[in-house]
Design a protein around this ligand. Structure first.
Ligand code: ADP
Ligand code: MG
Length: 288
């Protein structure tokens, strides 16, 4: 039978917007020693500002932003939301077809008769689009039409209000290692990692590489305690599944990620993770 204290723990957590999907996860949460965090949407805000629109090859800024908004119309990635917010008008997605969203790359779709690509350097290389790699501060979304480079949009990735404090609370709770994992560029990752004071970070990762990074942590901490992964649920369901405790933020996340997760945070605040660990430990103390 399950000791009564566990129900108190799960109920108490639920009252604070932390859904723990079973008593065993209170145990794994209580002994977390290492945590890997996804960056975009998890440690940084879901919707951020477009700070530059740089057209090439005859496009105007307005045309480039409109193109980006139309091709990103069907995506729930934070980048897509940012672009749509910057566009600020209802998006006409009626001509959008043959849509493919490629995790950690971007989007490939047809807009009317034109083939459009929107994504990072990796997507441009993959599709052999000739462009100059620009070294700008921010997350860059390149655009191409019918294999011709038409410019890029820069998005400023900002850390969430409680993120720095959240990292400190985890350290105070005895978490030995905090790692940040991202599909975004090295430059952006380095700046955010420094702001947050995480112990390590890895950038330009494909979803499978995030799984490998968590497996390395699992090995390293196998004798010391458990390993958690926290993601916003966009492109990270596999890594949520792989960690001892998979934590999903409920706000943006896909149904698949929320279903896979062991713990779901109803508010997308990273500080909820330390709170979850503390509740789990208190429950432990009562049960034992
Ligand atoms: P993170 O690991 O930081 O949460 P993702 O793995 O979701 O980020 O995405 C990694 C990178 O892939 C983004 O920084 C972006 O360059 C590119 N990307 C992903 N989805 C999109 C999209 N919808 N539009 C444009 N670029 C995208
Ligand atoms: Mg993400």
């Amino acid at each position: 039978s399950i000791p009564l204290g566990y129900f108190g723990g799960i109920g108490g957590a639920a009252k604070r917007g932390i859904l723990v999907k079973g008593a065993t996860f209170l145990d794994t949460l209580a002994s977390v020693k290492a945590i890997a965090f996804d960056k975009t949407g998890t440690l940084t805000k879901g919707v951020f500002k477009v700070v530059a629109i740089v057209p090439h090859n005859g496009f105007t800024q307005a045309e480039l932003l409109c193109l980006a908004a139309e091709v990103e119309a069907g995506s729930n990635h934070p980048i897509a939301q940012s672009i749509r917010a910057a566009y600020g008008q209802p998006v006409d997605a009626s001509t959008l077809s043959d849509y493919t969203e490629i995790a950690a790359h971007g989007i490939q779709a047809r807009l009317g008769q034109r083939w459009v690509l929107a994504g990072n350097d990796r997507l441009m290389h993959r599709e052999q689009i000739v462009h100059n790699t620009c070294h700008v501060e921010g997350t860059v979304v390149h655009l191409a039409v019918d294999q011709v480079y038409v410019g890029y949009v820069v998005i400023a990735d900002e850390v969430k209000e409680d993120a720095v404090e959240a990292m400190q609370a985890l350290k105070a709770a005895g978490v030995e290692h905090i790692m940040m994992l991202t599909g975004d560029s090295q430059a952006v990752a380095q700046r955010i990692a420094k702001t947050l004071g995480v112990d390590s970070y890895q950038a330009e990762l494909l979803p499978e590489a995030k799984v490998t990074a968590v497996e390395t942590l699992l090995q390293r901490f196998s004798k010391k305690g458990t390993v958690a992964f926290v993601g916003d649920g966009i492109n990270d369901a596999p890594v949520i599944a792989r960690a001892d405790v998979g934590i999903a933020m409920g706000g943006l996340g896909t149904d698949a990620a929320i279903e896979t997760a062991d713990v779901v945070l109803m508010t997308d605040a990273p500080s909820k993770v330390a709170e979850a660990i503390q509740i789990a430990r208190k429950t432990h103390a009562i049960v034992w």
